[in-house]
Design a protein around this ligand. Structure first.
Ligand code: GRF
Length: 235
């Protein structure tokens, strides 16, 4: 018999395209998590409608309705309990969570960041990547710790920065990679193949061939890259 699917709640603030990628992946009964709810801090988040249209329960918990940041996160924690959440996936949740909240969920909460961490923490990653002139950019799924975009890395996908890229073209290429990477990372986590171990991610249950995969910088002339090949699991 298969292990029960892990109950996962997604936190969003806006568009929700990564949320949709996770919901779509979890629509396969063989996927090891079930998306049981979506919480948004923004009442008008586009993702709320997308989640509802896919039959996922949604809840708005707005900062303005709470006296303090602490009270806001306590309300989110209470909603997670109501959903019976075992895993929390941040997907474009644009608010820093309190240390109390993060510590409570540490090791069970993951985030996707649109850059190859530890480079380009914070906002405007694509413009900063273009300004820096880097030729390889990408995205990272990591465990959430109190310091922003700083937790142990679970998986990364790289994309080329093309010579004539601007912010829209580069962010679109990275976003495509995000939509592949996040379900892959959530699956590994839910299957117990990755876990947070201090300030590192511990990997187990990988076949020898997977653990020996290496990342190759894609040719800068190629628009499409093989993300399966590029998604790197780093034991
Ligand atoms: C994504 O680029 C994600 O990496 C970042 O915020 C953006 C959210 O986009 N944390 P969406 O709401 O998932 O479409």
């Amino acid at each position: 018999m298969n292990a029960p699917r892990k109950r996962t709640v997604i936190l969003i603030s806006g568009r929700g395209s990564n949320m949709a990628a996770l919901i779509d992946a979890a629509a396969d009964p063989a996927f090891p998590t079930e998306i049981v709810g979506v919480i948004s801090d923004q009442p008008n988040a586009l993702g709320l409608g997308i989640a509802a249209s896919r039959g996922v329960a949604t809840k708005v918990i707005a900062r303005a309705d709470h006296a303090s940041k602490d009270a806001h996160d306590v309300a989110i924690d209470a909603a997670l309990a109501t959903f019976g959440a075992e895993i929390v996936a941040l997907a474009g949740y644009m608010r820093l969570l309190t240390t109390d909240f993060v510590e409570k969920w540490q090791g069970r909460m993951i985030n996707i960041h649109p850059a190859l961490l530890p480079s380009f923490k914070g906002l405007d990653t694509h413009s900063r990547a273009l300004d820096a002139g880097i030729r390889v950019h990408g995205c990272t799924v990591h465990f959430v710790t109190p310091a922003m975009d700083d937790g142990p890395i679970i998986a990364q996908a790289a994309v080329p920065v093309l010579i004539d890229d601007d912010e829209p073209t580069l962010s679109a290429r990275v976003l495509k990679a995000e939509h592949r990477l996040y379900p892959l990372a959530l699956k590994l986590f839910a299957e117990g193949k990755v876990r947070m171990d201090g300030n590192r991610t511990a990997f187990s249950g990988f076949a020898e061939t997977t653990s020996n995969d290496t990342v190759a910088a894609p040719s800068p002339a190629r628009e499409e890259v093989d993300l399966e090949q590029l998604a790197r699991i780093t034991p």
